[in-house]
Design a protein around this ligand. Structure first.
Ligand code: C2E
Ligand code: CA
Ligand code: CA
Length: 616
């Protein structure tokens, strides 16, 4: 039975007490009038004692803080209370129905019928209550009528029998309607799991219990990975079927003590059972989540498809921590996003560091907004050298210095700028400053072969990017200077929309601009990009170069990349060169251009100029 109905039954206790104690007094009076006062008094004392019990049950009910187990126990006692008090009414019926001389039997019969109606209207929320009670009340009545052994007695017996059936039937229909409406209000239509509203109620209740008991529990937020792709590519029907299958698996995995709900879309949430020990709770929760993930990942057959799906799970421990209920969900959500960021298909436990990271993130987001306005953005230049160690190019690297939070790495703020869209404004500024520098250097006789600028994907896909680049090129550069510009793209995020990207790149190539594939080797489909995108240069990722001396495998990887570049007639830059051993190896393997701390860190424009002319 659903726990919500407990409150419903709870309200009926007092009504039942009133309906027993007051008419019971009438029965004592009748007993006194008809010389059967002793049994009537004994009966009333029994009713009184049962009523005290009922009143105590009424008082003991604290829905918000009772555990499931306590509620079940309470409910069991409540049932016995109702069985007892209605049985007492049958008892007085048996006593008074034999008093035919004083016509008390009429009153007894009437009361018994009334009690049956009361039982079927008060108790219809619990089938295990009303069914036996209606039978306890009505069966003696039918037997009594039959016992008259006259034709009208048999007729009455028959009617009573029918009446019992009607009462049971009507209580049943009310019960079913109640269950149905309650189910609809608290369950998700597609999967039949609890809905968000029901989940919120349960979570609130769980937190109340944890507060009063100092127990621990946990919350799992489960988000399916790349579900949208399935929905978009195979259709919503298949998507729905998959959701139903996933729900079934989850439902099979949980125990009676878990609460499973669908929050919407492909997001599910589970509240765990209660634990007395924090570590035990965390251990059990992690194990539970990992097993659940395994089950979700097993393949699905949804004709005509064979599907696989993984999930990202955020785990948050629930305790009597003084935060809002919704904050527990938010924290689980943060952990879930961490799991997504860590490559999906995993379980991450929320910890307070996440909150700090988020605060930092928000602070960066807030301050970054004014970075350009406050002149906090600066460009640095890192030289690129050929095999003879002559400076032939540079990479522009952005720097942000904020008064309040100091120097922030582009690794930290570029992704945020991409998320907020600020990268469009920032990127344009970097582009213009870079182009101005290129021109200025050219005029000073600082002649480079190439000039590399990092371009973010969000930026290149922006609708005005081509127009902006054209405007800047025409404003500052002639065609031969334009051909020195190299846009560095990072391959890990190139996948978005290859066709569109190729079109944009080709358009820009008309201006003379070249393209370099940055961080090559770290993405997913490095090789396929080389064949699809019109690129001119590969940049071997720093991680391969810095690990060159670590083992033979890395050497093999780097020399294969170098061979690959030759095959596709691409020039190649090794970045992150820090030691002479690395230079030796790269030189032996015909690497065109080298860049790294070994020669120089990224430096200011003035420093770069000095470096260049000294090198010359
Ligand atoms: P990236 O494009 O891969 O840039 C190379 C990074 O490696 C730079 O870090 C550079 O300072 C560093 N580096 C160069 N040589 C060495 C070395 O020998 N050893 C080591 N350990 N590191 C070396 P930085 O400047 O912090 O930039 C980090 C990333 O931020 C860049 O990675 C790029 O993805 C992004 N970024 C930087 N400037 C811009 C920009 O103007 N626009 C955009 N969209 N992204 C930028
Ligand atoms: Ca780069
Ligand atoms: Ca790089």
């Amino acid at each position: 039975m659903n726990h919500k109905f407990h409150s419903f039954l709870h309200q009926q206790i007092l009504l039942m007490l009133g309906l027993s104690l007051v008419p019971g007094l009438g029965y004592i009076f009748l007993g006194w009038m008809n010389n059967i006062i002793t049994p009537a008094l004994i009966w009333y004392i029994l009713v009184l004692m049962t009523s005290i019990w009922g009143y105590r049950l009424h008082k003991a009910f604290l829905y918000d803080t009772m555990t499931r187990h306590e509620l079940d126990k309470w409910h069991q006692q409540l049932r016995w209370f109702f069985y007892t008090i209605f049985s007492l009414w049958t008892l007085i019926f048996l006593l008074y129905s034999s008093e035919t001389d004083s016509k008390l039997h009429y009153i007894a019969i009437f009361t018994q019928l009334g009690a049956s109606v009361v039982a079927s209207t008060l108790l219809y929320s619990d089938k295990k209550l009303y069914t036996p009670i209606i039978i306890i009340l009505m069966l003696p009545l039918t037997i009594y009528f039959a016992g008259i052994q006259q034709w009208y007695g048999y007729v009455l017996c028959f009617f009573a029998y029918i009446f019992m059936g009607v009462l049971l039937y009507s209580a049943n229909s009310s019960n079913q309607l109640l269950l149905k409406t309650h189910f609809q209000a608290t369950h998700d239509e597609l999967t039949g799991l609890h809905n968000r509203k029901q989940f919120n109620d349960t979570l609130q209740k769980t937190i109340n219990i944890l507060k009063s008991s100092k127990y621990y529990s946990y919350l799992l937020l489960i988000d399916l990975d790349h579900f949208k792709i399935i929905n978009d590519s195979l259709g919503h029907d298949i998507g729905d079927k998959l959701l139903i299958e996933v729900s079934k698996r989850m439902q099979n995995h949980i125990s009676k003590e878990h609460t499973l709900a669908r929050l919407g879309g492909d997001e599910f949430i589970i509240i765990g059972p209660e634990f007395t020990d924090r570590d035990e709770c965390q251990k059990s929760a992690t194990h539970f989540a990992e097993q659940l993930l395994k089950k979700i990942k097993a393949s699905y057959i949804i004709p005509p498809h064979h599907l696989y799906i993984s999930a990202s799970i955020g785990l948050n421990l629930l305790s009597d921590k003084e935060i809002k209920v919704s904050s527990f969900v938010k924290e689980a959500d943060i952990a879930m996003y961490e799991a997504k960021a860590a490559g999906r298909d995993g379980v991450i436990v929320f910890n307070d560091d996440f909150s700090k990271q988020i605060e930092k993130h928000l602070e960066i987001e807030r301050l970054l907004h004014f970075a350009l306005e406050k002149n906090e953005i600066e460009l640095k230049f890192q030289p690129q050298q050929d095999q003879s160690q002559a400076i032939i190019g540079c990479e522009v690297l952005v720097r942000w210095n904020n008064k309040k939070i100091g120097e922030i790495s582009p690794v930290d703020f570029i992704p945020i700028a991409e998320q907020t869209g600020y990268i469009i404004e920032l990127g344009l500024y970097i582009l213009e400053e870079s182009i101005k520098t290129l021109l200025e250097w050219e005029e000073k006789g600082l002649i480079l072969k190439q000039f590399s600028i990092n371009i973010s994907m969000r930026q290149i896909f922006h609708h005005s990017f081509i127009k902006d680049v054209k405007t800047l090129c025409h404003k500052y550069l002639d065609h031969s200077l334009c051909t020195k510009i190299v846009f560095e793209l990072t391959e890990t995020i190139v996948a978005e929309d290859i066709k569109k990207l190729v079109a944009i790149m080709n358009e820009l190539k008309k201006l003379g601009i070249k393209f370099s594939m940055d961080d090559f080797g770290t993405g997913y489909s490095s090789l396929s990009y080389i064949t699809q995108l019109p690129i001119n240069e590969l940049k071997i990722d720093r991680s391969f170069v810095s690990n060159l001396n670590a083992n033979e495998q890395n050497k093999a990887i780097v020399s294969s990349i170098l061979n690959l570049a030759k095959t596709f007639e691409l020039s190649i830059v090794a970045e992150g060169v820090e030691t002479s051993e690395q230079i030796d190896f790269l030189a032996q393997n015909d690497c065109d251009i080298l860049q790294g701390y070994y020669f120089s860190r990224p430096v200011s424009g003035a420093e770069f100029e000095a470096l260049f002319f000294k090198n010359k």
